[in-house]
Design a protein around this ligand. Structure first.
Ligand SMILES: Nc1ncnc2c1ncn2[C@@H]1O[C@H](COP(=O)(O)OP(=O)(O)OP(=O)(O)O)[C@@H](O)[C@H]1O
Ligand SMILES: [Mg+2]
Length: 234
């Protein structure tokens, strides 16, 4: 049996003394899969993603990502751990004082690569993602869809194994949302495991992938009809 890339064993999360956001939840996700994460506003989708990138240690149970038990991840190991993950979150915006190209090149620079090398790779990435010609544009002059593509480009520069996207189509029109899904499917075919939180039912119907539903602290995973069973509720 293939090792899971994400393993939750009896995981619970509550903020302070509030209600359980996640209550005694166990599941495995396998490398190369693509899951949507759905649930009402406030159900805990962003919180579940936060647990996956070790954004909090304030949980009960066991979480293993890339076979690492997050409980024992040392503070000095966190940066390296997160370099294996691409984030598309509303909080991780582009830096306004850097050009689009330099924003996209930044993750490689932070890893210590030479600027000239980083910029060359960022240029290739921009071409691939359809942002050619916007290299020297400042982020504030980009459209919403262009910004979104720039954020995606930046998030995949490090060739992550896992991509966590929190409502990435939130401010896109239908056409750009569909383009983003084509892009995600291409990344997924290249081997990146994807989890995408979304409210967009049209999109999940048009681009079928297994769905993790979150409600009242519990999760269930459904695979669309005809889709190979790739995840199970352990
Ligand atoms: N840092 C925090 N401290 C206290 N409560 C929090 C914190 N973060 C989230 N919550 C609460 O936990 C619950 C789940 O929030 P979360 O952001 O995970 O929901 P969500 O499913 O992502 O919602 P949305 O669809 O609106 O983005 C909410 O009731 C929220 O108020
Ligand atoms: Mg959220």
């Amino acid at each position: 049996m293939q090792n899971s890339i994400i393993k939750f064993e009896r995981v619970s999360l509550q903020y302070q003394q509030g209600p359980y956001i996640i209550e005694d939840v166990s599941f495995n996700l396998y490398p190369g899969t693509f899951h949507y994460l759905i649930g009402a506003s406030g159900a805990g989708k962003s919180s579940l993603l936060k647990l996956m990138y070790s954004g909090t240690k304030d949980y009960r149970g066991t979480i293993k990502i890339f076979d690492r038990d997050l409980r024992y991840l040392k503070p000095q190991e966190l940066a390296h751990f997160r370099q294996q993950i691409g984030f598309i979150f509303q909080d991780f915006l582009l830096l306004d004082h850097l050009t689009t190209l330099n924003n996209i090149a930044l993750p490689l620079r932070l890893r210590g690569e030479k600027w000239s090398e980083c910029r060359k790779k960022a240029q290739q990435m921009m071409k691939w993602i359809g942002l050619e010609g916007f290299e020297e544009a400042m982020p504030t002059t980009l459209s919403g869809g262009q910004k979104q593509r720039a954020v995606i480009a930046r998030s995949i520069m490090n060739k992550p194994k896992l991509l966590l996207a929190d409502e990435p189509t939130g401010n896109l029109d239908d056409e750009n949302a569909a383009k983003l899904l084509y892009l995600f499917e291409e990344l997924n075919r290249a081997g990146i495991t994807i989890i995408m939180a979304t409210h967009n039912k049209d999109l999940t119907a048009e681009f079928p992938h297994p769905i993790i539903s979150l409600a009242e602290g519990k999760i269930s995973i459904q695979s669309p009809r005809g889709y190979e069973k790739v995840a199970n509720n352990a």
